[in-house]
Structure formats: C-alpha cells, structure tokens
Design a binder for this molecule. Structure first.
Ligand SMILES: Nc1nc2c(ncn2[C@@H]2O[C@H](COP(=O)(O)OP(=O)(O)O)[C@@H](O)[C@H]2O)c(=O)[nH]1
Ligand SMILES: [Mg+2]
Length: 343
C-alpha cells in the first residue's frame, strides 16, 4: 500500500510527542497491519514494510493497530509506541497476562441483531470493555428487515447507556458506509464485536469493499501453513481502518471496574450517595439505588445485570492477580535455581 500519509494512517500528536529528536531523524513510524508468528507487516509513508522484531520485542508485545518505530533499511522494528487505547481480553488466567486484541481503536461497533440474539447483558459486557479502554462504543443493530418493530430494539439498545449511539440497519441492502460514515473517516480506526452470525463480516465487507472473511484465509493458504493470527487492519473505502479480529466473540471481563461504572452511569452515580460506602443495593437502609428503583427512575433489571457483571469482574480480577503472583514467584524460583547452579 503506497501514498499513505501518517495522518491517513491515524497518526496524532499523542504518538509524535513520544519520539526524541534522534528517533525523529533516523526512524520511520509505521502502523501494524498484520501480526505473524515471527514478523509483522506495517503500513508507512514509504509503503508496506515487512518487519522483524528486535530482541526483547515479541509478537505478543505488538498488536494490530500499534504504532511502531522502525529502521526500514534493515526491516527492523525498533520500538512500540505507547497506545492511546488497547482492547484486551482477560483470558490468560494461568499467567495473568492480558491478551491484546486491537491497539489504538477509536470506535468499537458492538453488533447485535433485531432478533433473539439481542441480549442486554452481552451488549453491556462489550460496552464495559470499550468504556474501560476509553474507546467509543456504538451499537449496531442488524437484520432490521427481519422484524416488524425495529424501533423497539433501538429503544432497548438506547436504554443501555447515556448518549449511546445506536444505528439500525439491514446490513445486506442498506448503504452501510453512509450509515457509519461518522466513525469511519480518514485516519479513524474501528472494530466490530458481537456474536457469530450477527453480520460482522457483512458489515466489514461493505466498509472495505472487499471480502474480509476470505482474505485472512487466503493469506494462510498462500504459505501453505497458518502463519497469521487472523488479525489484520483493513483500509475502509471512506479512508478509515477496520481491525478485523476473530477474538471479538465471547469476551470475558477482568479489571474493568471503571468501564462497568461507566456503562451503568445512572446506578454508579447514585451509589455514591448511598448511606453505606459498601452498600450492596439490596435491603440496606439509605440505599439511593433502591429508592430510585421504587421511584421508577432506575430499571431493576439493569441493577441485577450491573451487580452480576461487577461480581464476574471482581472474581476474574482476583484470579488474575493470584496468577500474576504465582508466575512472579515461579520466576523468582527459577532465577534463584539458575544462580545456585552457576555458583
Ligand atoms: N436479512 C439479513 N441478513 C443479514 C443481515 N446481516 C447479515 N445477514 C446475514 O446473516 C448471516 C451471517 O452474517 P455474517 O456477516 O457472516 O455474520 P458474522 O458471523 O457476525 O460475521 C449471513 O447469511 C448474512 O448474509 C441483515 O441485516 N439482514
Ligand atoms: Mg464473520
């Protein structure tokens, strides 16, 4: 891919200020488009670069969407720049490591359909992950053509947040790029999250003008082995970038307490005014949340889901903390064993 400016790739002062003068003169910024097991592909002002990693940088430490500095003559990736946002999943319970899904996203399209797939708890989970990462969530409701009452789905979706943007569509026949233009302009980066079958690939294809589903597979076939993680950054026709990852289904929540509060602002704000700091919002005296439920200002179902998500997050957060302790101790043990051997 050629003739791309840094701005077109999503560059901003946030990244620029991380460079010192020397780096500015000698290194080239590139945005990671694909991560393979042993090397990565980046887009830059001077074209597409195949990069090998300096010792100390693993493909686990660099993700699709990352801004990096590289020495293009040597095809060398030197440094990963600090991310503006990172979407992670907390699945690596044995090590406590968070797995990066996408770096430097501006918008997460949380996708569901106007049918049985519509599940408030699942949508709130994605909203919590997005809010926690400071990524703007937008709810996309597909299959508007398969219901008599798309408005009721829109209404239910809007109730899942404050000032939450909701876009309803028939992804197969509507002008999807026009409907999503506000988030897909030059240099903007988006990703699609949602269950299998809701229309993510259909929307991705409409935005990129290509066949996103088959592209990743072809990359594998060409080499005769599975060399990609299946994650890549695709250019949208509107000038933005779509990060296409298979890791967007069934995300667990961990260490996203802030994001959960931000997803349920009507509850978390009231909770501050409860009589007891550790109020469980059940039968305690002076509970502002229960009072609001009685007054009809807060949805009792939202409270149930808020509490459930909090519990899940707390459990996962503790499990991860324990795993981190364990692997830290294990590391200490190995190091002291090696020292003893060397002596
Ligand atoms: N009727 C209708 N079908 C849709 C819509 N969006 C997607 N589909 C169909 O739903 C199926 C699953 O879509 P796909 O994009 O593969 O979903 P993904 O698993 O989320 O990537 C395909 O057969 C699509 O053609 C829509 O808005 N309306
Ligand atoms: Mg798909």
């Amino acid at each position: 891919m050629t003739d791309l400016t840094r701005d077109a790739l999503g560059w901003s002062p946030y990244y620029m200020t991380q460079l010192d003068l020397d780096e500015l003169e000698t290194l080239t910024p590139a945005r990671i488009a694909t991560v393979h097991r042993d090397r990565v592909v980046g887009f830059s002002e001077i074209g597409t670069l195949e990069l090998t990693l300096d010792p100390g940088i693993t493909t686990a430490a660099v993700g699709v969407g990352d801004w990096v500095l590289c020495a293009p003559d040597q095809h060398r990736l030197v440094r990963v720049l600090e991310r503006q946002t990172e979407l992670t999943r907390g699945t690596e319970y044995h090590t406590g490591e968070k797995q990066l899904i996408a770096a430097n996203l501006d918008t997460l399209f949380v996708t569901s359909s106007c049918n049985n797939d519509f599940n408030p708890a699942r949508l709130e989970r994605y909203l919590a992950l997005a809010h926690d990462a400071m990524i703007t969530p937008v709810i996309l409701l597909t299959k508007a053509d398969q219901t008599d009452d798309p408005d009721s789905f829109v209404e239910q979706a809007r109730a899942l947040g404050r000032d939450l943007e909701v876009v309803v569509m028939d992804a197969k026949t509507d002008d999807v790029p026009a409907l999503l233009a506000a988030w897909c302009g030059k240099g903007q980066t988006v990703a699609l999250a949602g269950s299998s079958g809701v229309g993510k690939t259909t929307i991705a294809n409409a935005l990129t003008g290509g066949d996103a589903a088959t592209r990743a597979i072809r990359e594998d076939d060409a080499r005769g082995r599975h060399t990609t993680t299946g994650r890549s950054m695709l250019r949208m026709q509107s000038g933005g970038w779509l990060i296409d990852t298979p890791g967007m289904r069934g995300l667990g929540v961990a260490e996203v307490a802030y994001g959960i509060d931000a997803t349920f602002p009507e509850i978390s704000e009231l909770a501050e005014t409860c009589k007891f700091r550790d109020c469980e919002h059940e039968t305690e005296p002076g509970c502002a949340v229960q009072a609001a439920i009685r007054a009809g200002a807060v949805d009792a179902e939202r409270l149930k889901r808020f509490k459930k998500l909090k519990r899940e997050n707390q459990y996962a957060t503790e499990t991860i903390a324990q795993a981190r302790d364990r692997s830290r101790n294990l590391g200490k043990m190995y190091r002291s064993a090696i020292k003893k051997k060397d002596r």
